[in-house]
Design a protein around this ligand. Structure first.
Ligand SMILES: Cc1cc2nc3c(=O)[nH]c(=O)nc-3n(C[C@H](O)[C@H](O)[C@H](O)COP(=O)(O)OP(=O)(O)OC[C@H]3O[C@@H](n4cnc5c(N)ncnc54)[C@H](O)[C@@H]3O)c2cc1C
Ligand SMILES: *[C@@H]1O[C@H](CO)[C@@H](O)[C@H](O)[C@H]1NC(C)=O
Ligand SMILES: *[C@@H]1O[C@H](CO)[C@@H](O)[C@H](O)[C@H]1NC(C)=O
Length: 583
């Protein structure tokens, strides 16, 4: 076929895409939209092209009815007819020979053939990581499945329909938690185990993840946390029980393996890889071989806050597919600037949402916490890698309109520039739209002061004149300017003994609130509304560390004390911030 653009007058551009799901299908369809002439071959191991993997837990739980087929996003017919893709299903690429620019393909019936390419796109995704568990040395027994492929989903549906009652989920990340929640919804007896102390702890910090863990437990799922699975007892090729280290064996009918993923980067022989075996790419998604592109879960990409990272999420995969196609076929956009790793998860009645860097990830990357009380501060305020944390717990909408619930928010920012580094929210469905505000702010390089100035949609049913997600912007801006003086409540609690020794720890909540939860002996209690009249009870010569339930009365008390000549610090976010609950 002659090229209409005249660029390739004698030869049509031949593009081969390996893996036709989120990243691969996006790349193939966009190459076609840019170039009617290109020859596009998609080779996909499974029988399903363009499959909505993210829906699998909900099909397992019958929230989405219709089985595996209900997750087809773009059908094979559409790919073939509308997008002119030469689609080869149930074929596996077994080797890439970059010197001769050919690939080797194995078909379902055991034949192999080679195919030449001009440009190659690898979107091969991941496979489940199988932890070193006794009983799994020679592969997964029957009754044990991952949940990454349509075949896995079919296995889980079969286990369910065959009457599995007791399910054990190994791994408390997105896939494990969503699957556990959905199986529990069906009335199954579900146990989840993770080596971290809370579920979702790889994404959510220790102060936020407990709320998600409790929400999961509230759905009836049993949790075994901070513990590792030691063995799976197999009998007649089937898993019969699971043993967590130091505990009795738990009888099971089905096991879901969701202990993390590893990149399918074996085809990238001789190419540059990242620290965990992901394929390294430039901003055009080109690998170290310029004729080979890689996109999606199999690559490392820049994280807008943390630098190099691997973010197995569908949005980034599809955008990267678009970018690779643009660069291959000559269209914009053709550069990928990085990810914010924005995500959201429902856990029973609660929704968690996160974007940017977690506090833990920042610390692992060498960032240090700055706070206004210098003995506890790990960094100077203007240190390039200093971060500060605020918490707010305002209602999702005004209290006088029915249905408002707390929006627990943690915001992490740079204390002098105000640059937003990350946020985590636990609330109702509106957590998703709130986190998108922060994700957009991070993308735009906005500061906490910009957040303070942002108009968000308000009517009583939907928000507050000061929205629950602009509130952390107000507090953070106050910290930047020095009007809010203190430290996050989590830090106050962690260093409680040290602070009691250095000064007065003052709880300004009411007596009734103290009964529900308090910080124990050696903490002075004066209700904020009585503070002006009882200043003589507070030693003047030592710093005062004030706190309340959500941080607001603490702030007022801090201002009163300061006006009376005290050195006072507030515990930002109050008691609700210690484990993100309303107690
Ligand atoms: C249960 C589950 C829930 C998820 N939920 C969410 C969510 O809510 N939100 C979100 O953003 N993300 C979610 N994700 C992640 C999202 O699905 C992935 O980030 C996205 O699918 C990655 O796209 P990809 O193209 O890189 O790889 P994949 O979608 O994994 O596709 C890779 C494809 O390559 C094929 N393949 C691999 N090797 C070969 C080979 N050698 N030859 C031929 N074909 C090959 C595979 O068969 C597969 O079809 C979820 C994932 C799972 C499994
Ligand atoms: C799983 O294996 C156990 C042990 O053999 C068996 O009792 C159970 O019925 C199996 N469950 C399913 C759903 O196949
Ligand atoms: C946010 O919460 C604080 C503390 O309860 C409260 O004082 C303030 O009025 C709330 N703001 C809005 C806008 O709801």
């Amino acid at each position: 076929m002659a090229s209409k653009t005249g660029v390739n007058a004698t030869k049509t551009l031949k593009v081969i895409v390996i893996g036709c799901l989120a990243g691969g299908a996006a790349a193939a369809c966009r190459v076609r939209r840019i170039s009617e002439d290109a020859e596009i071959i998609c080779i996909e191991k499974s029988a399903f092209p363009s499959f909505g993997s993210c829906g699998m837990p909900y099909v397992a739980g019958n929230t989405i009815e219709g089985g595996v087929d209900s997750l087809v996003v773009t059908s094979a017919d559409t790919l073939i007819n509308r997008f002119g893709v030469d689609l080869r299903l149930e074929q596996t690429v077994t080797a890439v020979d970059r010197a001769s620019k050919t690939i080797t393909v194995a078909t379902k019936d055991g034949k192999t053939y080679t195919e030449a390419y001009d440009k190659l796109v690898m979107s091969t995704g991941t496979r489940p990581f199988i932890p070193p568990i006794k009983g799994l040395e020679s592969g997964l027994p029957e009754n044990v499945t991952g949940l990454l492929t349509p075949t896995d989903l079919a296995s889980l549906i079969k286990l369910r329909d065959d009457g599995a009652k007791r399910c054990f989920v190994i791994g408390g990340g997105f896939i494990g938690v969503e699957t556990a929640e959905q199986l529990a919804k069906l009335g199954l007896d579900v146990t989840i185990c993770d080596m971290l102390p809370f579920v979702m702890n790889a994404v959510y910090d220790d102060d936020v993840a407990p709320a998600l863990t409790k929400a999961l437990e509230d759905t009836g799922v049993k949790t075994i946390l901070g513990a590792v699975v030691e063995s799976i007892e197999v009998s007649g090729g089937r898993a019969v029980s699971v043993t967590v280290k130091g505990r009795d064996a738990i009888p099971v009918d089905a096991v879901v393996m969701a202990a993390g993923n590893r990149p399918n980067s074996e085809l990238a022989t001789g190419m540059t890889l990242g620290p965990r075996g992901h394929i390294a790419v430039n901003e055009h998604m080109q690998t170290s071989d310029p004729d080979v592109y890689a996109v999606g879960d199999v690559v490392t990409v820049p994280h807008l806050v943390l630098g190099e990272s691997w973010v197995p999420l569908a949005g980034p995969a599809q955008r990267q597919g678009r970018v690779a196609a643009g660069h291959i076929a000559g269209g914009l956009p053709d550069t990928y600037k990085g990810t914010m790793a924005t995500s959201v998860i429902r856990v029973g009645a609660v929704v968690g949402a996160s974007t940017g860097a977690s506090e833990r990830a920042l610390r692992m990357a060498g960032w240090k916490q700055w706070c206004g009380y210098s003995p506890l501060s790990e960094a100077t305020k203007d240190d390039d890698k200093a971060y500060s944390v605020v918490y707010t717990h305002n209602g999702t909408h005004v209290g006088y309109y029915p249905g408002s619930v707390p929006l627990h928010a943690k915001l992490i920012f740079h204390p002098t520039s105000g640059r937003i580094l990350g946020a985590q929210i636990v609330s109702d469905d509106t957590a998703a739209r709130r986190i998108d505000v922060i994700a957009t702010a991070i993308k735009g390089g906005l500061t906490v002061e910009d957040l303070e100035e942002t108009d968000l949609a308000y009517a009583p049913e939907f928000g507050s004149p000061k929205d629950a997600i602009t509130m952390p912007g107000f507090v953070a801006s106050g910290i930047m300017r020095g009007t809010q003086q203190g430290m996050p409540m989590t830090m106050l609690v962690k260093h409680l003994d040290e602070l009691k020794a250095a000064g007065t720890v003052l709880d300004v909540r009411s007596a009734g609130e103290l009964e529900a939860c308090n910080l124990g002996e050696g903490v002075l209690n004066i209700n904020v509304d009585e503070l002006r009249g009882r200043l003589s009870d507070v030693p003047q010569d030592k710093p005062v560390f004030v706190f309340c339930r959500v941080g607001f009365r603490g702030y007022v008390a801090q201002r009163i004390l300061e006006a009376n000549g005290y050195e006072a610090y507030n515990g930002f976010g109050g008691m609700c911030s210690v484990q993100f609950t309303s107690y």
